[in-house]
Write a protein that binds this ligand. Sequence first.
Ligand code: ADP
Length: 479
Amino acid sequence: MDNLLSLRALKAHTLRNKFNIIIGLIIIILLVTMLNVLASIKVMSGIRAYVGGEGLWSKAQKEAVTSLLTYTASRQESDYDKYLEFINVPMGDKQARLELDKPSPDDMVVRQGFIQGENNPADVDDLIFLYRNFRHVSYMSSAISVWTRGDEGIQSLLQTGDQIHLLVSSTAPGAAINSTQLATLRGDVHRIDNQLTSLENEFSATLGTGSRNISRFLLELTLFTTGILGALSLIIALLVGRAVIRLDAQKSEFVSMASHQLRTPLTAINWYTESLAEKATGPLNDRQKEYVKELTEGGQRMANLISDLLRVSSLDLGTYKPDIQSVDIGATLQAVLQDLHAQISKKSLVVTVNLAPDLPHINIDGLFLTAIFQNLLSNSVKYTPQGGKVDATIGLQRRHLDIHIADTGIGIPSAQQSQIFNQLFRADNAKQVDSNGTGLGLYIVKTMVRQLGGEVWFESLENQGTNFYVKLPVSTGTK
Ligand code: ADP
């Protein structure tokens, strides 16, 4: 016994350990998945911000080149100022990049640089996040190196711009500009512009490929973690399911064992009570008679409960399997009514039996059929007041047997009708009328009907009566 207990404790322990490990894993994977999703969102919006920033950078660079070339022809300072204004945009981005490359960058300088680069202030955090965390990662480091070369190009453009400005501003208004020098400088501007255009294309292509590959990788990671989460949840469901089934069987085994243990002393109690009632020990006075009556009723109640519990546990454990035989339905019904005869006449109930004419023997489990009749008819008798009516109608269709038990009893309150087949459930009005019920009869009926492949249902109106219907698939037997 001790060994058995320690074995069970060990099993429970390992089961709990398994749960703890799996739940721990689920928490870790959930956290990883959440971090992955957060990082994915940040990375993707960072890449989007860089792609957008590159567009602004290129546009400003092109505008700067156009303004500078216009300046060479117009010689208007306003055109040169425009050029300076446009060139300020890539210079802002450069300021941010140089600051971010420092071991401890100043966030304010970085932020101000990106805003000068005309990036949306809402994107600045994502731009900083991507640069800080991914600057050494393949696509990002290639893009940064293209950006650095772009800044070198901007630096050359600035120097050429300075030279053009010096040449134009040092030439007196109206005087002719040194055309060879100007043509060389304009050529330089075009060459730098071409170089920058190809760098801009390279930058976009690098980020585009990076973004495609990163999103594919993140999607695969998300699918992988989701798959693992699903598998772990399935394992948990299987473990819980197995534990619940085992616990349910253990409960039924316990109920069965306890009921058997209770039956032996109860048989002795009932036997001695009966002997007392039959005056085996001499005549009883009125008080003794009353006590013996209480003992008899209590003993009977307990015997009913024990037999119901044994039936329920054997049905739940599946130890009782239907034994199909050729059964005379009419005789079975009459035998059950005979057992209820005393209660029926005590209440002066009018009982009517309607059997389909020429009802053949049918192939069914006789014990199940008897138990179904017993529970339904004893309920009708129990819950129908003095002088009421109980009707039992049996019909046989082509492939099924129809049982209909009707009474003019207390009925089932509509609010409690949904619970009526649950184990141990008793409606409030039934408890007032009869204190002996176990609340197991209808559960037994439902389980047996289900095991026979049939259905059971009812209609009931409080204070008017109840109709129970059972439909059982059968084949006819020999008479
Ligand atoms: P019990 O031992 O209480 O009769 P059952 O499982 O047989 O247990 O029935 C469950 C409950 O269903 C009863 O307590 C009662 O409330 C209700 N019930 C069943 N049959 C009838 C009926 N014919 N008339 C009224 N109530 C009924």
